[in-house]
Design a protein around this ligand. Structure first.
Ligand SMILES: [Zn+2]
Length: 512
């Protein structure tokens, strides 16, 4: 299975009106896991994350805390950054929309589209809540049509605003999605995007991209009219190119177009507005949009001794361990669908697979190698080697295929096939009994099992990066940086190996 020469992976930039939660953590950890995978597999990778910091909701949230918008966004943005740093997320850049390098690109692109005639001034009509000091969408209102915070009916008001000619580009975006089946995945979101385009064409409206400064000053000033600031998506989406230094920076030339990862709630702007903006600015479209579902039950999970306050990703990491959390998130969610989160689901998944299958295999294989065969000679073969090779052949293909389709759950399932086979072989041949009778097959058997275990380790490396570090401290590999192409390609040196501690002791639910 081949990997792309280069890969530009992005998370959405997170809106700083709240602290990081599990939803953000999942997207970011998944992107980091895939970035690691592509790096190990030999791609040139750039991984971007960051924060979205303009708009009236930020002004509101800041004043609630008695802070200026700048102080407030500095604070929340640093919380995101610290969280990712604590979780060892290896991003290549962290972009903030309040940075000059971003503002510059937003103005540049707005100017290009304006000069082309695709931005115009017109009347804007919307539902305005004076308490919130902003327009509300129909979706935000309660059943009585009131602002849910102020319980008052918003006023229908009119003002001048700038509009982007979205209608002009909708048929072109639709055509691109139809002609490129992999542009948006999984399929259900591709269909949802096509449906939403139909809906927008029927409504016939263009996209409002400004707010008068009289109402909002916390934004990027329009380059062609200083009495307005840029509104929401036209500012935020451009982060994906501003971070690379569009239009002439080396990074931009090297990495654009991007592979974007988002949660399903921001499908419309990414699947429709963003390609339309790129078309208008005559920038090549992004490579792919991958859309994931929600974690159900997250947030209302009860406080408990074993998981602590699970609503906080750092707290959860403290309780479970970083690798275990990463493994759980990648394994439990079928990319694109919603997944359930509860203490029981977490504990069961981790015990069944990470402790009993994977941790157990790592631990006993390394212990046996140390006990019975510390200085392994040249690789020797045992009858199970052929069977192992056959399984690995199949697993290798499937592993790469599923990883490149973001189906991390299935990629791990492939590895579990190998750990299952090896654990069964240990039970069947009982190396400890063979040692008692000085069986000459012991060393070849252990060598084969050890090789298989190392292959599993290598495949699990993107999911268990800290465990991999631990292992490489125990064993020196000859080829540390690449995936094993085949079983016989792995070479190692166990000379300095010490008795390994259990990798994943059982996870307990202390409340039961
Ligand atoms: Zn309100």
């Amino acid at each position: 299975m081949s990997v792309p020469k280069k890969k530009y992976i992005t998370t959405p930039i997170y809106y700083v009106n709240a602290k990081p939660h599990l939803g953000h953590t999942y997207t970011t950890m998944l992107c980091d896991t895939l970035a690691k995978y592509y790096r190990f597999a030999g791609s040139d990778v750039f991984f971007l994350t960051g924060t979205d910091e303009h708009g009236d909701k930020i002004v509101k949230a800041a004043s609630k805390e008695g802070k200026t918008p700048q102080e407030y966004t500095d604070f929340i943005s640093s919380l995101f950054r610290t969280t990712w740093d604590t979780l060892h997320i290896e991003y290549d850049d962290f972009i903030r929309t309040t940075e000059d390098r971003h503002k510059k690109v937003v103005r540049q692109v707005l100017q290009i589209i304006y000069e082309k005639g695709d931005i115009y001034l017109a009347d804007y009509e919307g539902l305005y809540c004076t308490g919130c000091e902003r327009y509300l969408t129909e979706k935000e209102l309660n059943e009585k049509g009131e602002c849910p915070d102020h319980l008052t009916k918003p006023e229908l008001i009119q003002e001048k605003n700038y509009f982007f000619k979205l209608q002009k580009y909708l048929p072109k975006v639709k055509k691109h999605i139809e002609e490129n089946p992999d542009f948006i995945s999984p399929d259900r979101y591709r269909n949802e995007a096509l449906g939403a385009i139909e809906e927008l064409i029927k409504q016939g409206e263009d996209l409002s991209i400004s707010r008068p400064k009289a109402r909002l000053t916390w934004g990027i000033e329009l380059p062609f009219d200083s009495s307005f600031v840029t509104y929401v998506w036209f500012d935020a989406l451009l982060n994906y190119i501003s971070a690379l230094g569009y239009p002439d920076n080396e990074l931009y030339t090297r990495f654009w177009p991007a592979h974007h990862f988002i949660a399903k709630d921001i499908l419309k702007p990414h699947a429709i507005f963003w390609p339309a903006m790129l078309m208008a600015a005559e920038i090549p479209l992004y490579e792919k949009l991958s859309v994931h579902g929600y974690w159900l039950g997250w947030g209302d999970i009860k406080m408990s001794k074993s998981l602590g306050n699970a609503a906080d990703p750092l707290e959860l990491t403290n309780k479970l361990g970083e690798d275990a959390l990463r493994y759980f998130l990648a394994r439990e969610m079928r990319f694109g669908s919603d997944a359930k989160f509860s203490e029981e689901i977490v504990i069961t998944r981790l015990n069944t697979e990470l402790s009993n299958e994977i941790g157990n295999l790592f631990q006993r294989t390394l212990s046996m190698i140390l006990k019975y065969a510390n200085h392994l000679p040249k690789p020797q073969s045992h009858d199970i080697e052929q069977k192992l090779n056959a399984i690995l052949q199949e697993v290798q293909t499937e592993y790469h295929k599923t990883m490149q389709k973001e189906r991390t759950d299935l990629a791990i399932e492939q590895v579990l096939k190998v750990t299952g086979f090896l654990n069964k072989a240990i039970e069947e041949y009982k190396p400890w009994e063979m040692a008692k009778t000085n069986d000459e097959n012991l060393l070849p058997l252990l060598t084969t099992i050890f090789r298989g275990t190392l292959v599993c380790f290598a495949y699990l490396r993107p999911f268990l990066p800290n465990t991999w570090e631990k292992l490489t401290n125990l064993i020196s590999f000859v080829q540390k940086e690449v995936f094993p192409k085949e079983l016989s390609a792995i070479e190692w040196d166990t000379q300095n190996m010490e008795k390994p501690k259990p990798f994943f002791p059982r996870f307990t639910n202390e409340n039961h």
